[in-house]
Design a protein around this ligand. Sequence first.
Ligand code: GN1
Ligand code: MG
Length: 355
Amino acid sequence: MLTEKLKFIFGQFEHQGEFESYQELASGHINDTYLIKTKKKPHFVLQRINHGVFKDVPGLIENKVAVSKHIQEKLKNLSVKKQKRRVLAFAQTKSGESYYRDEEGNYWNLMYFIDKSVTYEIVDNDDIAYQGGRLLGQFLTLTSDFDASKLTEVIPKFHDMSFRYSQFEDALKIASKERLEKAKDYIKQVEDLKEEMHILQKLKESGAIKLRVTHNDTKISNALFNKKNKGLCLIDTDTVMPGIVHYDFGDAIRTICNTAAEDETDLDLVEFNVDYYKAYTKGFLKKMKSSLTPTELKYLPLAAKTMIFIMALRFLTDYLNNDIYYKTKYPEHNLDRAKNQFKLIQSFTEKINQL
Ligand code: GN1
Ligand code: MG
C-alpha cells in the first residue's frame, strides 16, 4: 500500500517528524510528489525522481542541494525563521546521503515543507505577477556568483532549440497517420517559425549571451508565496543547470501571462495578458537590471515567444511519439497542451506592439 511505502521511505531520512498522513501534489508532469503530514510540524515534501527522464539522479540532487546551500549562505543575515522560508532545505538519510534508493531502484528525496505558503496555477492579479518577477530576479541574483560549470547538466540540451527540432523531426517519421493529421496545422507552424526560434540559441553559441545558473522550470506554480502574496522562494530546482537568463524569464512569462491553464481546451480563454507581462518584468528588472547586459535586455521579449514555443514543440513532439514523456490524463492531452501554447503565441504576437 502506498501509505505504508511512503511511511517507510520517510522513515529512512533523518528528522524528528512522525508520519501522520500524505497527500499527493499532482501538478508536476514528471516526478511523483507527496506532502507528508507529521503529527507535529514541520511537514515535509517527499519526491520520487523519475530516473527514466533524469538519467543522473545523484547529480541532480547534488545540484539542487549545492544551490540551496549557496542561497542559504547568502541569506545568513536574515533570522533563521526567515531563512527557512526563503530557500528549500533538504533532509539527509540516516546514512548521510541526500537521497534514498529503494529496492525497486527508485530515487527519493525529502524536503522541509515551507509552512503557510501558497502556489498558483494561474495568475489573477498584477501583484502576483510582480512578486513572481521579483522572486526570479532574486534567485538569479543570489546564484549569480555560483560557478555554473560545477553543475551537472541533468538533461543535456534541455532548452536547446536544434535538439528539440531534431526530436520533433524524428517523431514525424514514426507518428501514426491519425496523429499526424490531427497535428498538421501545428506541424506547419513549427516549420514556419524555425529560423526565428533559433535566434537566442545562436546568441548563446556565439557567446553574445553568457551562461549562468538558471532554474529552467520557472512556471508560476514553482513559485511559493506567503498568505499575503509576498514571494518566498522558487521550488522544484531539479533542473538547475547552466543556461541563459532568457530561459527562465521566458518560461515564467509563458504561465504568468496565460489567462488560462497550460492545458485549457477552450482556446477562447487563452490570451496573453500584457498587464501581467509589464508587472512581471517590472519586478524582475527591479532585482536584475543592473546585472543584465544590453543584449540580454534587448532579447527579453523574444525570450517569451521562444519559451512558449519550445514548450508547444515539446508537447507536440510527445503527442506524435504517443505520449512517452509527460504524464497525461487522456489520449489527446499533449495535443491540447500544444494547441494551447500555439494560441498563446498567436495572442502574444498580436499584442507585442503594445509592449
Ligand atoms: C515539466 O514536471 P514538471 O511539471 O515540473 C517539464 C518542464 C515543462 C513543464 C510544463 C524535466 O515540468 O520542462 O516546462 O513540465 N520538466 C521536464 O508544465 O521536462
Ligand atoms: Mg519541474
